[in-house]
Design a protein around this ligand. Sequence first.
Ligand SMILES: Nc1ncnc2c1ncn2[C@@H]1O[C@H](COP(=O)(O)OP(=O)(O)OP(=O)(O)O)[C@@H](O)[C@H]1O
Ligand SMILES: [Mg+2]
Length: 278
Amino acid sequence: MLPAIAVSHLNYQYPDAERLALHDVSFTVAPGEWVAIIGHNGSGKSTLAKNLNGLLAPAAGTVVVGGLTLSESTVWDIRAKVGIVFQNPDNQFVGATVADDVAFGLENRGVPREEMLVRVADALDAVGMRDFATREPARLSGGQKQRVAIAGIIAQRPDIIILDEATSMLDPAGRTEIVQLIQRLRATTQLTVLSITHDIDEAASADRVILLNDGEIRTVGTPAEIFAFGPELLKLGLDVPYPEKLKAALAARGVAMPAHYLDAEGLGDYLWTLHSTM
Ligand SMILES: Nc1ncnc2c1ncn2[C@@H]1O[C@H](COP(=O)(O)OP(=O)(O)OP(=O)(O)O)[C@@H](O)[C@H]1O
Ligand SMILES: [Mg+2]
């Protein structure tokens, strides 16, 4: 099967920067896969996202999206396939109403009005915001704004959606809302998702995790494989899930703990079994 994204030996350097922001980055993402990208501040996550839809042009290496190699002649086709939602939705609103805002990108692409109305309604349904169609975006809560921003992308029917810290301004309930929304969308469409995140629970919901460090891929694995690095993640400036912290603290007190990753439920079961054999 053709990968949704294939990046090989990608280098990127900002003008005037002394060092590469991305160095020899290679990975592939399968259609329909959800991949989380984690890494410390300045590790190159946003730079990578911008290289994937041609907002930035690679210094070396190739980016292939759905079989199309990114170049000056394909950049607009690729941009239609890759939608990016950024951190702060307030900077992304252009419409006077929620519906206008979602329609904006479609108008720019010359989508006929009839089809536009259908797409806007569908996208607002998908994010659970249809009742807010005539509201002013500025008056929505943070979670609602981010859902509208996602609707604006979905309406353009991209194959790939990149969420660049799109949940970082939200409270835990707002984050859960977005993660559930992504899971719903993936259940009904073959949407490929890249989520750049500091939120460990969001990363844990992904199929795979790419760990960036200083512009290079440190490792790629399932969330369980990545979280099992526990102490090293802390050294790389990343948080680890609460059950991993508890596990490390118990191990330090001499309690026998398994090496593999356990989520909260798994750890609960383990401790319960341990307790009943003591
Ligand atoms: N416009 C720019 N000009 C020069 N250097 C830049 C520019 N934007 C980012 N950088 C540098 O490139 C590197 C990667 O930055 P990037 O924004 O991709 O990191 P990030 O992982 O997204 O960080 P954060 O978690 O803070 O969002 C950093 O060293 C950063 O200082
Ligand atoms: Mg960033």
